[in-house]
Design a protein around this ligand. Structure first.
Ligand code: SF4
Ligand code: SF4
Length: 81
């Protein structure tokens, strides 16, 4: 599953630089995660680095983007080949 940012985001600017897939960018009001680029950090880190850095814990699983670990690994390979 890709992750998503909730409306609790305070636009602190910390997470975009932490994303190894450049999946996080500024949206209309708050930062957004491009679900096609987010791999839950699989292939890079043991834990999602954006979740670890977020001071207000406003990054959660995106229920509309259900993916298995194999699918996330395949996405990583596709993004970085
Ligand atoms: Fe980027 Fe990793 Fe966060 Fe996904 S979980 S948005 S890949 S930092
Ligand atoms: Fe928003 Fe959290 Fe990212 Fe800061 S780290 S910009 S609060 S999602």
């Amino acid at each position: 599953m890709a992750l998503q940012i909730t409306e609790e985001c305070i636009n602190c600017d910390l997470c975009p630089v932490e994303c190894p897939n450049e999946a996080i960018s500024m949206g209309a009001e708050i930062y957004e995660i491009n679900a096609d680029l987010c791999t839950e950090c699989i292939g890079h880190y043991d834990q999602p680095s954006c979740v670890e850095i977020c001071p207000v814990e406003c990054i959660e699983l995106n229920p509309n983007k259900k993916e298995t670990l194999d699918q996330l690994a395949a996405k990583y390979t596709q993004l970085h080949s």
